[in-house]
Design a protein around this ligand. Structure first.
Ligand code: Q9C
Ligand code: ZN
Length: 379
């Protein structure tokens, strides 16, 4: 499996987030990426790639040009390390007439949780580049790819930043995958992906399904109700499954199966999985009760869809555990088989996780077509 990640994102470390009338420490820290990378390094069957530079016009496949321009301008005007929070709190169109980018910034801020910094723009761009490179890997026939994207994306709207997100990586990837056919975004981050929902609200070519903590209890508080089903031709192509705080795997699993049944019925050509690990019991922000090993079971269910799937990192803030979470998830996918073994054992490359060739350290044997573990190569 190809893993896409860029070092530049490590330079992005806002110190504070504004929440409920006070500044709190910013949970999207560079250590998140380090925790995940250290778990992935040395794992069999992964190849690490720096994404190619993103062509900025691709951002406009999803985002409003004025929004992208504001981000570039505000970030470019800041000193290294300086944080800039929105000042205006109501998105009045008049704000857009201001010559001051910091005033226009208020028009595009969906909340105050996310400061802009000089480093935000390049980090956001390279995060989006990883998502798009992952989408390209699927277009080239890979059955799986992992985009270790930071900052995350699913709260960013067509014209708005929020919840540590600047560009909507999932939406950009979904858009890039459309030439191959319909796309489903499956969002298992603890938070509702308001941005992804909004972007595809009136679309029937991208299905959005999300499991998240219900809006009565959790950020973003204003979206994520089951009644939100999409509009126009998009009606019925948006599925929210809000769950109460305390949800554990026993309660989560049947809801995930419901979402995956709906995705199956939609019959997408590809899947984008908005993969957040803030559903973990020990997450400092979330209130769900999933355990590390539940991510193996989750992966097994996702794999049953048997579609080319981009694993796209969203949230997850228990830095110590993030590496274990991604390792458990990958272990739950069908494992790659070394070239000889397949013939020897006859039947296909199915099987769920645990077994396989994990620790063998034989660097020479790789099954080129079968690397992601699907039964046949996907064309
Ligand atoms: N004390 C993502 O997971 N603030 N964003 C919550 C909790 C915003 C989370 C404050 C949470 C945004 C991608
Ligand atoms: Zn989240």
């Amino acid at each position: 499996m190809r893993v896409f990640h860029s070092d530049i994102e490590q330079d992005y470390h806002p110190g504070s987030s504004f929440f409920c009338g006070r500044f709190t420490s910013y949970p999207d820290v560079p250590g998140r990426t380090r925790s995940i990378l250290s778990a992935l390094e040395g794992r069999e069957g992964l190849r690490f790639h720096k994404p190619p530079p993103l062509e900025p016009h691709l951002l406009e496949s999803v985002h409003d040009p004025g929004y992208v321009a504001m981000l570039a301008e505000v970030c470019g005007s800041l000193k290294p390390g300086e944080e800039c929070f929105p000042f205006h709190a109501r998105p009045l169109p008049l704000l857009l007439r201001s010559p001051y980018p910091r005033v226009r910034m208020g028009y595009y801020a969906l909340d105050g949780s996310t400061p802009l910094m000089r480093e935000s723009y390049p980090a956001g761009i390279s995060s989006a580049a990883s998502a798009l490179a992952g989408a390209d890997a699927l277009l080239e026939g890979e059955p799986w790819a992992y985009a270790l994207a930071r900052p995350p994306g699913h709260h960013a709207g067509a014209a708005g930043f929020a919840g540590y997100c600047l560009f909507n990586n999932a939406a950009l990837a979904a858009q890039a995958l459309l030439p191959r056919g319909k796309v489903a975004i499956v969002d298992v981050d603890y938070h509702h992906g308001n941005g992804s929902q909004e972007i595809f609200w009136e679309r029937d070519d991208v299905f959005y399904a999300s499991l998240h903590c219900r809006p009565e209890e959790a950020y973003p508080y204003v979206t994520g109700e089951a009644e939100e089903r999409g509009a126009g031709v998009g009606r019925g192509h948006n599925l929210n499954l809000p769950l109460p705080g305390g949800t554990d795997w026993a309660a989560y699993r049947p809801q995930l199966e419901k979402a995956l049944d709906a995705v199956q019925a939609f019959d997408p050509a590809s899947i984008v999985l908005s993969l957040g690990f803030d559903t973990l019991a020990s997450d400092p922000i979330g209130s769900f009760a999933l355990r590390v090993e539940d991510y193996s079971a989750m992966a097994g269910l996702i794999a049953q869809l048997d579609r080319p799937t981009l694993l796209l990192q969203e949230g997850g803030y228990d830095v110590e555990s993030l590496g274990d979470c991604i390792a458990a998830f990958l272990a739950g996918l069908p494992q790659p088989h070394p070239a000889g073994e397949r013939a020897a054992h006859g039947s296909g490359a199915s099987g769920n996780g645990a077994s396989g060739n994990g620790a063998s350290g034989n660097s020479g044997h790789r099954a080129p077509q079968n690397e992601g573990g699907r039964g046949e190569p996907v064309s």
